[in-house]
Design a protein. Structure first.
Length: 306
């Protein structure tokens, strides 16, 4: 019994119009939660026993456009990072909120429960060199390394136990000249499902959605969301009984290609499996506590079985 957590950067619940690449019934993953309508603000909330969809706040009581540094810190800790520094900040975590990720994150709290978390993303050597030189890590990598969990590298990708940021592993070969095989979104999904057999919490981060939103590039947006859709739909379809899948974001962006900035739209929260802990979620602050609740329930069930 595990939690599979897919974090998709920069997708909000926007209008049902032509500027929103998420508002398409052809996106099977989103439509699985919304009833076949893609993802937009005309989709009704769903609160079933096994499927949940609701829109949750990402603004956190602060004016201005939400940013990744504060948004992801808030998402992965359950603490209002924007309120702590009085503003939205990003894309990297502000120095005053780094301690939240370094000491009190979802990964730290999972380990404190005696459980094992795993971060599925892998990074090339150049990432480690640049991050160490600048001492500037993303929210997820800072959280993971601070919790004492090893970050995946090239060898892990080659061994089939991790995947790259674009899911299909094309960028490492095309941009870095690294000899890695291209895989399908479904093959990548199988790696996440396999990891869930070994770990209690498996996290994957997909950021190309946010990049496409900033570039206002419809072709890129359709491509990256199509890859993510196939990846997620495979996991939705093959999720094992007892496992819980959680999908959410840190702020809006891709849903409005009419602007190149983030948006103040709510973000989607989609859950398959144990939906009860998420039914009262109002903001991204409620996601980590709900996941920890599921992990606690899973741990109790395991002990009862033993």
């Amino acid at each position: 019994m595990s939690v599979l957590f897919i974090f998709i950067d920069g997708i909000g619940v926007g209008k049902n119009n032509s500027s929103n690449p998420l508002a398409s019934g052809n996106l099977k993953s989103f439509s699985s939660f919304t009833g076949g309508n893609g993802l937009h603000n005309e989709c009704e909330p769903v609160a079933g026993e096994k499927f949940l969809f609701r829109s949750i706040d990402a603004n956190l009581g602060i004016e201005g456009l939400p940013q990744s540094g504060t948004g992801q810190t808030s998402l992965f800790t359950g603490k209002n990072a924007s309120m702590k520094i009085g503003k939205h900040f990003g894309p990297f975590p502000h120095s005053k909120i780094k301690p939240l990720l370094q000491k009190d994150s979802l990964f730290h709290q999972t380990i404190a429960l005696g459980l094992k978390p795993f971060f599925l993303n892998a990074y090339p050597d150049i990432f480690f060199e640049r991050s160490a030189k600048r001492n500037r890590w993303s929210c997820t990598t800072l959280m993971v390394k601070s919790a004492g969990v090893r970050l995946n590298r090239l060898q892990d990708v080659l061994e089939g136990t991790a995947i790259t940021a674009e899911i299909v592993q094309s960028a490492w070969r095309d941009m870095l000249a690294l000899d890695v095989p291209e895989i399908s979104p479904e093959e990548a999904a199988e790696r996440m499902l396999s990891a869930a057999e070994k770990y209690d919490l498996v996290l994957y981060e997909y950021y190309l959605t946010d990049k496409a939103g900033h570039e206002k590039n419809r072709d890129m947006a359709d491509k990256v969301i199509h890859v993510a859709d196939r990846f997620m739909y495979k996991i939705i379809s093959d999720l094992k009984p007892g496992d819980t899948l959680v999908i959410t974001s840190d702020h809006g962006n891709l849903e409005d290609l009419g602007v190149k900035t983030h948006t103040r739209n709510p973000v989607p929260l989609m859950v398959k499996g144990n939906t009860d802990p998420f039914k009262n979620a109002e903001s991204i602050l409620d996601v980590t506590p709900a996941i920890l609740n599921v992990l606690l329930m899973n741990g109790k069930l395991k002990s009862d079985i033993v």
